[in-house]
Design a protein around this ligand. Structure first.
Ligand SMILES: [Cu+2]
Length: 205
């Protein structure tokens, strides 16, 4: 009886957390310096990727968008809470999501749904220096690099992936990489990206 139970349980093992892989991705610029705020994502091949949307928020505090870079899966609803005692007017003219939330205080009742992949640049109609990015990807396997230039993709099931990256100041898109995961290892990958000038995002003195 025991062996029969074991046999039935085996096909389920591949979906247990312990049988997923971790991918550490390091991003450097052309001079070898760590690149912060880069977005890294893995597209399962063949797709489609599973849908695992999580809520996200881009707040405004001290006339600054926080965080500066946000990454979400396609279809995610994003809130834009205003934590300043003044009103903001958030907008985007980017093709993946054109929208505006006219002069408001507090948190708008309706979040904005980002339903197409790509780069969305956020601005404020009142405060020209205010700038932030939302990068929308068609996969739940994404991460953002920290100060050391590292990003960690977790819970990747075994399989083939296309690994991609984006940075708001990239001079050109980096070539994607093919990655094959067995499903229970810690793997690593890296990108070198050429960056152009960073946009200004501080308030005028
Ligand atoms: Cu504003």
């Amino acid at each position: 009886m025991k062996s029969a139970l074991l046999f039935l349980a085996l096909p389920c093992l591949a979906s247990l957390p312990g049988f997923s892989a971790t991918l550490e991705v390091t991003i450097k610029d052309a001079k070898g310096a760590a690149v912060e705020d880069a977005v890294v994502w893995a597209m399962p091949k063949p797709g489609p990727a599973p849908v695992r949307r999580q809520g996200a928020a881009v707040g405004q505090k001290d006339k600054t968008f926080i965080p500066f870079v946000t990454v979400v899966q396609t279809g995610t609803a994003v809130q834009f809470p205003n934590r300043d005692p003044i009103r903001h007017h958030v907008y985007s003219f980017s093709p993946p999501k054109v929208f505006e939330i006219k002069l408001y205080a507090g948190t708008p009742v309706a979040p904005i749904v980002f339903d197409k992949p790509g780069e969305v640049v956020l601005g404020c109609n009142i405060h020209d220096h205010m700038l932030a990015y939302i990068y929308v990807v068609d996969t739940p396997y994404f991460a953002k690099t920290g100060k050391e230039g590292g990003a960690r993709l977790e819970s990747l099931p075994a399989g083939d992936y296309e690994l991609l990256m984006w940075h708001f100041a990239q001079a050109a898109p980096a070539a994607s990489q093919a990655v094959r995961l067995r499903g229970e290892e810690s793997a690593s990958a890296g990108f070198a990206v050429t960056l152009g000038p960073f946009p200004l995002r501080t308030a005028p003195k």
